[in-house]
Design a protein. Structure first.
Length: 215
């Protein structure tokens, strides 16, 4: 039996995928997470074989959630879900160790094949994603890997996402289970590293870098 964790904050997608997966004999949906922090919690508790993980989720985005999950559960296989074949998201998904990348528009048609391939140790991409990966590879071969380095730590990215989503310092501290003073310290470090001076500028940076996005 292959244990599946669904992590997506869009009810319509979950309502479509869950019964589809549960009709397959050897698949078991062991939980549904509605944000990145809950995905980490449920993954740690249930230790799924495969996680279908939305990239754009509240509290903690799917990419940063995947990093944390794979640190604790390196044998868990992650398939990213996204609305877009965005090069930044695809590149980062591959870098952190995701085994698949499915576009939501084709998820109902591709998810079973994706799970089967990933469970066998293969990598699965939606068709348009495969084309993007190929173009990126050609560009890398021609120009070399000159991808920009992110100056922020994973904890700083977590704090940045919450602040960019409009959470107060107190709310962010409660969500991450750290002190208000620590949040304030992280915020100052983020601003110093990025040479930004307001929450508005931080929000623009977070959206531009794919840490969060406007719905």
């Amino acid at each position: 039996m292959i244990k599946i964790l669904l992590a997506d904050d869009h009810k319509l997608l979950i309502d479509g995928l869950r019964p589809l997966l549960e009709r397959v004999k050897n698949l078991e949906v062991i939980g549904v997470a509605k944000n990145g922090l809950e995905a980490i919690e449920l993954a740690t508790k249930h230790r799924p074989d495969i996680i279908l993980l939305d990239i754009s989720m509240p509290r903690l985005n799917g990419l940063d959630a995947a990093k944390k999950i794979l640190r604790e559960l390196p044998h868990t296989k992650i398939i990213m879900l996204s609305m877009h074949a965005d090069r930044r998201y695809i590149r980062e998904s591959l870098r952190i160790g995701a085994r698949g990348y499915i576009l939501k528009e084709s998820a109902a048609n591709e998810v079973i094949k994706a799970i089967e391939d990933v469970q066998k140790g293969e990598i699965f991409f939606s068709q348009s994603v495969r084309e993007t990966v190929l173009h990126e590879y050609i560009k890398w071969v021609r120009e070399g890997d000159n991808l920009p380095y992110s100056p922020l730590s994973l904890r700083e990215r977590e704090v940045l996402q919450l602040l960019a989503e409009g959470k107060s310092t107190k709310d962010a501290a409660g969500i991450l289970n750290i002190s208000v003073k620590t949040i304030e310290s992280h915020r100052k470090q983020i601003m110093d590293k990025l040479e930004l001076h307001s929450i508005a500028e931080l929000t623009k940076y977070a959206i531009r870098e794919g840490i969060t996005q406007l719905e």
